[in-house]
Design a protein around this ligand. Structure first.
Ligand SMILES: Cc1cc2nc3c(=O)[nH]c(=O)nc-3n(C[C@H](O)[C@H](O)[C@H](O)COP(=O)(O)OP(=O)(O)OC[C@H]3O[C@@H](n4cnc5c(N)ncnc54)[C@H](O)[C@@H]3O)c2cc1C
Length: 388
């Protein structure tokens, strides 16, 4: 049987894969998405309900990219006629000088100042009185950035799925890709059930990236892990929080020591708010796509932190879940996005995006992937994103 052909094949139908596919279709090219499970599933990274939207980064280029991404979110919202990004403010506080995978408080505030983005620097007492936290160590400080917020994960995936369907994107579910083989004329994509051909391929498989890249001889340096979180009931309807991240030094058994959470999400109207320990539980040999049980220790430390510092919440976690994530092992790097390195013959035909706290960049990363796949370059492509 002849291989099914598309101008561009996108491997992976998570939020960024769907954004890539939609952007490719907007450039008038035929596009097929191959997804191992089904769109909207909870076994990869675009799982759960909420993601934090923030402008602050310790590196200026990512703050700039977030600022450039904001109009893309609004364009996506208008195209789908659905609100996806809700402004709740973003509160970062804790130990100044502590480096985490989110960055560092003072450096991030300095970047905001340099870019003219407003923020308020607050003492522990001010954070307690304004936002309802309690018993924070007196030397803790931080800042509130009013444009931060929360992104509707399921809404984003649904919006992009709908836009892809309207644009004629073919989405093949339960189609696991086993190999991506670029050659002089295109790319062969082998799945469990057949073979596809495309001019270029975009690999948006997130934490699973190395299953396809290792056989090509160019695995990414990735730390693949799971994180557990739970929801906590508000004691009263007027208890509300901005999205928040507490930069804390590690305690025994408390992961990396930091905690994060959200206010009650505006689109479900639920009385529950999510909070979690920022603890990374490494995925070693098992299939990252296997169902996972949330880590009891991490759920327990989050519940204790809520009990000690968020008196407006009932400190009993419900609806616990776990989510797969990947970060570059190099702490100096945030993301991977680019074509395969020059060492791979015809590697310019394969665009790869993986790793990082990337949900906030969904519309922008989709656009960059599509630019690279269709035009071979993108005005938004920061060289710091490149694979090699
Ligand atoms: C607990 C947690 C909290 C987070 N918080 C934030 C946050 O606050 N802000 C933020 O910006 N980001 C955050 N992130 C990161 C963000 O969720 C991810 O960056 C984003 O969801 C990645 O989307 P993706 O489409 O690249 O990957 P995924 O959603 O993982 O999609 C990859 C897809 O590829 C498919 N796939 C894999 N292998 C194959 C194959 N061989 N063949 C076919 N299909 C395949 C998978 O089934 C999956 O659907 C968080 C992540 C986690 C886990």
């Amino acid at each position: 049987m002849p291989a099914e052909h598309a101008d561009v094949i996108v491997v992976g139908g998570g939020a960024i894969g769907l954004a890539s596919a939609w952007e490719v279709s907007r450039r008038g090219r035929s596009v097929t998405v191959l997804e191992r499970f089904g769109t909207g599933h909870d076994w990869a990274s675009s799982a759960g309900l909420e993601r934090q939207w923030r402008l602050q980064y310790s590196e200026e280029q990512w703050s700039r990219l977030a600022l450039e991404t904001l109009p893309r979110w609004h364009a996506l919202e208008s195209a789908a006629d659905r609100r996806l990004l809700h402004r709740t403010g973003s509160l970062w506080f804790g130990r100044v000088g502590l480096a985490t995978s989110e960055g560092e408080l003072h450096t991030a505030a300095t970047v905001l100042g340099r870019l003219g983005v407003p923020y308020e620097w607050l003492s522990a007492a001010e954070i307690e009185s304004r936002f309802g936290f309690a018993r924070l160590p007196a030397d803790h400080e931080g800042f509130y950035q009013r444009d931060g917020g929360v992104i509707d994960v399921k809404g984003t995936v649904a919006a992009l799925s709908q836009l892809c369907a309207q644009a004629g994107v073919r989405v093949r579910e339960q189609e696991r890709v086993r190999a991506v083989e670029p050659d002089g004329e295109g790319v062969t994509v082998r799945t469990d059930s057949g073979t596809y051909r495309a001019g270029t391929v975009i690999v948006n498989t997130g934490a699973f990236a190395n299953e396809l890249l290792a056989p090509l001889g160019c695995p990414l340096d990735l730390h693949v892990f799971r994180m557990s979180s739970a929801y906590f009931a508000r004691r009263a309807a007027d208890v509300d929080l901005p999205t928040w991240y507490a930069f804390l030094a590690p305690q025994q058994g408390d992961g990396n020591g930091s905690f994060y959470g959200f206010g009650h999400n505006p689109w479900t109207g639920s009385d529950l708010v999510r909070a979690a320990s920022d603890a990374e539980r490494t995925v070693k040999d098992e299939d990252p796509g296997a169902p996972a049980v949330p880590d009891g220790g991490d759920l327990g430390s989050a519940a204790r932190w809520v009990r000690d510092h968020l008196p407006g919440l009932v400190p009993r976690g419900v609806r616990a879940g776990s989510c797969l994530a990947a970060l570059p092992t190099d702490p100096g790097r945030q993301f991977y996005l680019g074509t395969l390195p020059a060492s791979v013959p015809n590697g310019e035909r394969v665009v790869v995006q993986s790793a990082g706290w990337a949900f906030k960049f969904v519309p922008m990363f989709g656009r960059i992937c599509a630019d690279l796949a269709v035009d071979g370059r993108s005005a938004h492509h920061d060289p710091a994103l490149a694979l090699a």
